[in-house]
Design a binder for this molecule. Sequence first.
Ligand SMILES: [Cu+2]
Length: 324
Amino acid sequence: MFSGPSSYADSVDNVMLYITGTSVLLLIGITLTMIYFVIRYSRKRNPKATQIEGNMALEITWIVIPTIIVMTMFWYGYSDFAKLRGQAEGAQVVQVTAQMWKWGFEYENGKKSDTLYVPAGQPTKLEMISLDVNHSLFIPAFRIKEDVIANKMNFMVVVPKETGIFDIACAEYCGLDHSYMYTKMIVLDEADYKKWLVDGVVPKIEELKETATPAPTEETGILDISQHADFHLIAEKGCVRCHSTDGSQLIGPSFANLRDGKTTIVVDGEEKEIDVDEEYIKQSILDPNAHVVKGYTKFMMPDENDNMTEEEMKKIIAILMAGK
Ligand SMILES: [Cu+2]
């Protein structure tokens, strides 16, 4: 706390400290008074109770003082909030699309990604819309969160002080895989950001490597489709959050096991083998519940009916079958 990656995070922490501090002072004051009264006015020391009826001065005091305290809390919080929102004017805009259960980001030049890239030292306005149910974009390190709903554009402003990688979560329970609805915000310095945005150069950041797909391995003999020239298409669609390319298991089965001519075991009431071909892959994408891969359940994979053109579908099928 108090050394956040944005000045807004610092002000939220300060408001938090102010509210907690005030509460602790009141708690101590009230508790001490209570203990004093219990002792001072016990039956032994004060056998006959005094009835007090009304005290204008006292009543005004306990209305005015708490009101002032609460209003300062409000003002302290609101003024920083308004200052942050005010920076939306003239900021670069990133379109955010939320859907069960992934995030999509589109930049001013039309570039798309499933990870949010922003430049340090300047404001970025996130214009957010949901394709289905209510979601909420939450960047804990920046202390900002805003609901993302259908039919109404909400916005949020990020002004990072320095470069780094930060978690993005969905903070609105949005169905089965809500708890997997995570991605990252990658803050780059201006030059790196331009390079990424315009030339597509992915920066070498240590933490980035951790999540990057490993190169093809000799031992497993798995051809790594992530090396495919069109692979970015699969990454942009967010498939890689659930499907690895190196054989490791994420939320769904690894793409490494999908090859033309191979079979996969599905459970449709009963277990059976099914040939992996174009038809099967197409159906898996458009109607994921038609055949459910052994070890998984229905409704885990969002269908892509409204999100994929014929063209993209063809390419994706070709990539997935590239190990032929
Ligand atoms: Cu969500």
